[in-house]
Design a protein around this ligand. Sequence first.
Ligand SMILES: [Fe+2]
Length: 329
Amino acid sequence: MPTEAAPLRQLDPHTVDELTHTARKILTHFGSSAARPELLRRVAESATRLGEAIRHHCRPVDTDDGLFVLRGLPVDDDGNGPTPAGWATAGDSAAEWDVILLLLATAMGHPIAWEGQQEGRFVHNIVPAPGHEEEQTGASSTVLLSPHTEDAFHPGRAHLLLLACMRNHDAVATTAASVRKVRLDADDVALLSRPVLPILPDDAYAEARSFAGEPPRVSVLWQTESGPTLRYDPAYTPLDRAPADYRAAYDRLTAELERVSVAVVLEPGDVLVVDNDQVVHGRVPFEPRYDGTDRWLKRASVRVPGRRSRPLSEADEHGYGQAALVAHP
Ligand SMILES: [Fe+2]
């Protein structure tokens, strides 16, 4: 897989100052935690006052890569303390970055959270956790995290995914594959646009996994005004239930996504922004250190108001009883 330079949006020093200063002010006012609802309201207010340069850097993805990297924000490696041993103990570690990420997310749309994931927090910590090495979740390490649409099981999933790098000493690559670079024949596209199989909730959603309702069948690939769009999570798709021709088309999509996949090595301070309608993301395997210096990312999810990229049939899905919490301005 080629290690490619993702389209880069370099932040100038003035913009960096504006963002960090605003985040610091908000955090000082609310104490050390970015998890409070009043803080979200303040973030929304402050985001409307951010300058033109930040708005320009937060514009939608504008290449077929379906992603970009914001670079230039500082990370205080010593000040952030050790990499948490799991999301549950991360608490308010590097809370200033939680606010920076929320400001960026708010400049792009509405941040969302999930009641059933990481206690409803709007910014998640992604760190390897002992005992979860081989899962298909962000807590894993020694296995390939298969390319997937974020929260593919849910009709209210994010349009954009923001991954901010706090620490990555071993240069562990995030993978990304854009459906806009995939070549499939029209028959495969037609087959994969039919709702044949469900996508089940992933292991990060304990409650949703025990939901009693019938899993809705969903389209994997469809056309929108701006191009092909996908909803894909093979690790949670019961492919063995599909007819052979469907499975073959799905396998060809998987092979194409592999062919166009790129490895993005994030540096501390980088914020990778992925269009979750166009790009599936994953992570290469790595050996966890478990010594406080492990890879550490922060994640925010965003809905873009007014974006019409989803099939109408998704509106009837139950979402396995999970509700997205939306931070409205
Ligand atoms: Fe993910």
